[in-house]
Write a protein that binds this ligand. Sequence first.
Ligand SMILES: Cc1cc2nc3c(=O)[nH]c(=O)nc-3n(C[C@H](O)[C@H](O)[C@H](O)COP(=O)(O)OP(=O)(O)OC[C@H]3O[C@@H](n4cnc5c(N)ncnc54)[C@H](O)[C@@H]3O)c2cc1C
Length: 403
Amino acid sequence: MESKQLQGVAVIGGGPAGLMAAEALAAAGVRVDLYDAMPSVGRKFLLAGRGGMNITHSEPYAAFVARYGSRAGCLQPMLDKFTPDDLRAWVHGLGIDTFVGTSGRVFPTEMKAAPMLRAWLHRLRESGVHFHQRHRWLGWSDGGALRFETPDGEHEVRRSAVILALGGASWARLGSDGAWQALLAGRGVDVAPLVPANCGFNASWSSHFAEKYAGQPLTTVAIGGRKGQLVITATGIEGSLVYALSAGIRDRIAAHGSATIELDLLPDWPLQRVQQELSHPRGSRSMSSFLKSRLQIKGVKTGLLHEALDKEAFHDPMRVAAALKALPVTLHAARPIDEAISSAGGVRFEALDGTMLKAVPGVFVAGEMLDWEAPTGGYLLTACFASGLAAGRDVLRYLSEPS
Ligand SMILES: Cc1cc2nc3c(=O)[nH]c(=O)nc-3n(C[C@H](O)[C@H](O)[C@H](O)COP(=O)(O)OP(=O)(O)OC[C@H]3O[C@@H](n4cnc5c(N)ncnc54)[C@H](O)[C@@H]3O)c2cc1C
């Protein structure tokens, strides 16, 4: 009987999860063929580096793990074997230094992904990983072979084990389009539908407000006591504070049809102090210039007050004070998944034995296509790397078992 190892392993998907899985296998001397639909690998990884690549976070490990919410227990065994410290050491091994930013986030020096990816791909090629770009996985043939669409027509490939690391469904033009959901569901794999995570939301701005303020940042506001920044868009809101709260907002919209958040436009000012300031006589000044001189409220913040308050309320200092501390904004829908930073949903952990699909033995899954989500801050990449490594090691164990 042919040994499992002789046919080697197919890793499908060349993002951080797939590349990490390939590295673990190649390091153990296993033949690895890595397939990707795109002309080059790691496109989303490179995009993540454009705005300042944040690879992991330096907060205490227990707090770090808790960021994965209800899936923390499922991911922890993988994270334990590739902790944020391990990740930093691994990046250093690629000849790239890292530093901790003021927020505790960890970045590679220069904050770029390209030098890291270049060094990593070089190391992978040196270790014998065979790359096959422009190979789109289409599922399985009736005989159980892997089917790929390639520039030379359809190819069928057989391997002893397969690792799927096909990503979520955001930014489809970079390669991850979520088409695998139907392929796996067709094999009886339990998949939670992919939904946007770390995403913006639609609000019902007046056309006047949207035209005047789209693109304007709101620096240091708070929602539910959490301070941060958001940006007004033509359709609603986005930005780091919104992303951080997006899972809860998304789920509230799914349950109730809409979610109303309360924006604190003066998070460093207690309500009482705002009321005191607005109790001063206004004289002949307009309300807008009064707000500007007493509280530095102007521009987009004044625009928001006009959106939330009718004319009468806008001239009532106590109602304005209340609105400045808790301005209601009703959100109706998450922005489309293609615009999101990441996806929630995916292959449910209950469908897995380790990282292997219970329904399709010999097929393993890693990265964002697993059913977990996390905020931005390096948590996404860390879990992709850690689950890629776990899948690679699970395959090594699987290959060593008698066939
Ligand atoms: C704008 C932006 C900024 C981000 N910034 C950060 C950040 O700073 N820090 C952080 O931790 N995370 C960040 N992320 C998230 C992070 O990039 C992703 O979570 C991560 O890349 C997911 O890794 P993955 O390997 O699971 O999937 P991906 O990186 O999506 O890779 C999947 C690969 O599979 C291939 N593929 C898909 N379908 C097929 C198919 N049928 N056949 C063959 N190949 C296929 C794709 O072409 C792709 O190369 C950011 C994401 C975005 C969009």
